[in-house]
Design a protein around this ligand. Sequence first.
Ligand code: ADP
Ligand code: MG
Length: 256
Amino acid sequence: MDRDEPLLKVSGVTLQYKTTSHIVTATYRVGFEMLKSDRFVLLGPSGCGKSTLQKAVGGYITPTEGEMRLKGKLITKPGPDRMMVFQEFDQLLPWKTVQQNVAFALEAAKKMPKREAADRAGHYVEMVGLSKFANSYPHMLSGGMKQRVAIARGMAMEPDILLMDEPFAALDALTRRKMQDELLSLWDKTRFTVMFVTHSIAEAIKIGNRILLLSPHPGRVRAELNSATTPEDVAHLERQIHEMLFSEAAPEAAHA
Ligand code: ADP
Ligand code: MG
């Protein structure tokens, strides 16, 4: 694959839920591209369809309009090339240890020999700083540690995209900041591709190299922004996002 060819191409995607009484449109004709090694953030207020959009990339929801392609191939179902990390602390198997939680997914999805899966799992458990807890069970871990295990499990699969849906939102403020730093330093080591969902402007700017800003329900693309590094640029970007989210301007008028 050409390095600059998009890894993920989302075109005109409308996502809907059909309930017994009515249809809920979660996103309306959303389009964007992700490149390899992007830290791509979906940012928008609660209910704007971020989780729905990410689940569609995961292959769990089929667009009613438009399409999604991963490496040129139409996304039609879930696969180990897209691993998800959620906000909830209960996403691990409670009866398996840290090491087993990470190895289990590898054995099941990648059909890897036990030995190889164990080695790779151990490597990723170490990368998230949990070697000492490899034989602990989830109930013995703090919220932040459980999220580290979920991240290790996702990364160990070496997916094309790691999908993270507000993974740090249920953590206390200090732990959250620490986890953001850790995620960035993991990225420095392996340059994995991540799609990160958040409703926090500050978190979006910190984590993302690119930010897709969605309008309130139903989610449409309001703008696609490059993240900032200098404090002045960060402040400017923060103001810009605030204005776009809380103004009534037509989405077309807000391309940045
Ligand atoms: P976000 O993650 O940005 O908070 P969601 O993707 O969870 O938003 O939800 C987008 C919209 O779709 C909301 O209006 C929500 O109420 C609706 N929605 C989400 N899940 C379902 C579902 N299973 N059935 C019906 N409507 C849903
Ligand atoms: Mg959500």
